[in-house]
Design a protein around this ligand. Sequence first.
Ligand SMILES: Nc1ncnc2c1ncn2[C@@H]1O[C@H](COP(=O)(O)OP(=O)(O)OP(=O)(O)O)[C@@H](O)[C@H]1O
Length: 418
Amino acid sequence: MSSSLDAGISKHQYVLGGNGEEVLLYMGRYLARDRSSGSHVSLDVNRPHAVFIAGKRGYGKSYTMGVLMEGLMLLPDGIREGVASVVIDTMGIFWTLGKSNDVQNKMINEWELEPKGFDADIFVPAGSVSSYEKRNIDVRPLSIPISQIDGYEWCRLFSIDAVSSPGVLIIRTIEDLRAEGDFSFEDIIDSIIDDERSDVVTKSAVENHFRTASSWGVFAERSQGIEEMVKGGSTSVIDVSTIRSEAVRSALVGSIARSIYHLRLEARRSFERVMMGDQDVDQGIPMVWLFIDEAQQFLPSKGRTLASDILLNEWLKQGRQPGLSLVLATQRPSSIHPDVLSQSDIVICHRLTSQDDISVLESVRPTYMKDNFGDSIMKMGSEKGAAFVVDDNTEASHIIRMRPRLSWHGGDDPSIIF
Ligand SMILES: Nc1ncnc2c1ncn2[C@@H]1O[C@H](COP(=O)(O)OP(=O)(O)OP(=O)(O)O)[C@@H](O)[C@H]1O
């Protein structure tokens, strides 16, 4: 058995998500009814998982995500390198992973742990790099190739009807250019100007849309950053908080998720070749854990975004085979796509009080859960960091006190009095 954090873990520990081949990520301790701490609890991360984290504002969702990210970086040497974490940071709060959590030092010591900072690479849209550098935050540029977005997707990004005159021009132009390979915004604008079937007003409107798109700093002729962000043993934080448009954020997340999925399919094929004895094969990228906070932005309960198909169909439903794990967090379970709840094998539920949210969880309550969600959440109480966890692998549910974070938590509410 390989343990991710030996301090505090002894014989009395319980393993969630396991199937006997244990690579353990330390989560915390059982929380008894009298509020005392019981056995230590770890998550077996040897195989991929789909983890859903819910909870109302301020009760520990993003903190718990941070605990899972740290846990992967704390895996023992030789195992850690088999996993890469990619974090979609919608609030710009995870760049603090690099700094040790000195403010919660006392609590961390009570858990017989030590504050610690981790190496995390921060990626931002190439067009926003200078604004981070001005604040002394070290970041790397990220760009999505323009050619990865098809004509229909550009129409959705611009909120243009695909059968309107501008929509028809966009789809014709983009599909012609995509047939030839990579291209720039200048190439698109040249093609629009040269188009012989559209009128001047339509051409000018479409040209303006693409000029605006080039100012977002998200799309470029060639991809930048994607391959660097999935390195064994590393965590890459993709700060999308500077992108105001949810449609553009979704396009970026969808593109990253698609690229990683295809790279993992290749890696999976290489792995099979190695298992068959072929030694000269490039093993490709490691298994990937993708973390998405405020996940309802990308996987809403109604409608689709430019990220929803790839996340639902390839990552959530088929991710185990190519070795892809997904961690999705939301304040509002009732706002997220119902497949997220039904397809997650680990549900971590912090405090919730909205009846709509509790009812949605209740609608997918597994038969092995004795109490309903509402009663279980009541029993858990209002302690920050307490969570009700349902594990479909061991078919059991538990109340857990998540361990404190070792690295600085960037999501704390600002207060007037320090
Ligand atoms: N396991 C824990 N141990 C100790 N303190 C915790 C724990 N989890 C959360 N907290 C405390 O609760 C605060 C709020 O947690 P967090 O920022 O994760 O809330 P959230 O649910 O993500 O809220 P939001 O929806 O506003 O992002 C943290 O800043 C931290 O002080």
